[in-house]
Design a protein around this ligand. Structure first.
Ligand SMILES: Nc1ncnc2c1ncn2[C@@H]1O[C@H](COP(=O)(O)OP(=O)(O)OP(=O)(O)O)[C@@H](O)[C@H]1O
Length: 286
């Protein structure tokens, strides 16, 4: 197991754990959730393919989306209840299903099986939010703001704040494909924090930008977290998870192997990635 654990972020720069906040009512209920991706390609004759008729194969010959379909079970039977007032870290090795789980809770992926109940519209805050490279920063702020539920007037009122938070200067009016990658990710972050959601989902957002922007963005996360009801935080940085979270879910190969106390789960996961323990060692923490 060669998972990298990033301890690079200075603990002093991190938002602190939400402390002894009393838990409120349930905000997210995930009940036996399964997410299976279906992708074109893969081994012909494999066990996960659907049958394509000879005629279809002949018609589709040469098309990139023709051929067998492979099913990738990314989340397998995950169940948990999150409450208002919790900051929940999600840890797991590469490809274990963390982002898929987050996207499913955010309503961006339909469950293959099982159900997700949310008490409010969750907002996914991540550096990977899709923006349109040919549009200016200003137009992207409008598109992003509308997508997050603001109306056009509200977005216009906040545009200068978003632009100055992202340190765009006059680049605000240039197409995003003229931005440096750091500038683009700062803008993504700034857009995704334009509102304060009741359920906030953060996917590796702390990795955004250089050290000074990271400090600023973590302060912004702390501010949002204090106002948001429930925060989910996917990260490979156990330092960040320990500093910020009040509970941790550990996902391995799509299965929830541990759900509980931050230090216990982080310690077990750390030992696991160091190759000292098997993933099943986390089961007792549930
Ligand atoms: N769009 C997709 N189509 C098909 N398979 C996918 C897709 N996205 C993810 N997967 C697969 O689903 C599994 C879970 O991926 P996911 O991105 O959720 O894991 P992760 O824990 O977030 O990984 P990482 O830490 O590398 O970001 C992996 O096997 C991955 O290859």
């Amino acid at each position: 197991m060669t998972e990298d654990i990033d301890f690079e972020i200075d603990a002093e720069d991190l938002p602190q754990r939400a402390g002894e906040r009393t838990l409120g009512s349930p905000s997210v209920i995930v009940d036996d959730l399964h997410i299976t991706y279906r992708v074109f390609g893969g081994r012909r004759g494999g066990t996960t393919q659907t049958k394509t008729s000879l005629l279809n194969r002949a018609i589709n010959l040469g098309r990139p989306d023709s051929g067998p379909i492979t099913e990738v079970p990314a989340v397998r039977g995950v169940s948990f209840v999150a409450h208002h007032g919790e900051t929940i870290g999600i840890v797991g090795t590469n490809g274990s299903g963390k982002s898929t789980l987050l996207r499913a809770v955010a309503g961006l992926l339909p469950p293959t099986k099982g159900r997700v109940f949310v008490s409010a519209e969750p907002a996914l805050l991540g550096v990977n939010a899709a923006l349109l490279p040919r549009l200016s920063g200003e137009r992207n702020i409008m598109v992003g703001g509308l997508a997050l539920g603001l109306n056009a007037k509200e977005v216009r009122e906040r545009t200068q704040d978003v632009a100055s938070f992202a340190e765009l200067g006059d680049f605000l009016y240039l197409p995003m494909n003229a931005y440096s990658s750091g500038m683009a990710s700062r803008l993504r972050f700034a857009i995704s924090t334009i509102t304060t959601p009741k359920i906030l989902m953060i996917d590796e957002a702390l990795a955004t930008g250089d050290a000074s922007f990271r400090k600023k963005s973590t302060a912004r996360i702390e501010q949002i977290r204090d106002q948001a009801g429930t925060v989910f935080f996917v990260s490979h940085s156990l330092g960040s998870v320990r500093a910020m979270c009040t509970r941790v879910l550990w996902i391995d190969k799509g299965v929830l192997v541990a759900d509980g106390d931050v230090d216990e789960v982080c310690d077990a996961y750390h030992e696991f990635v160091q190759g000292r323990k098997d993933a099943s060692s986390g089961a007792k923490l549930r």
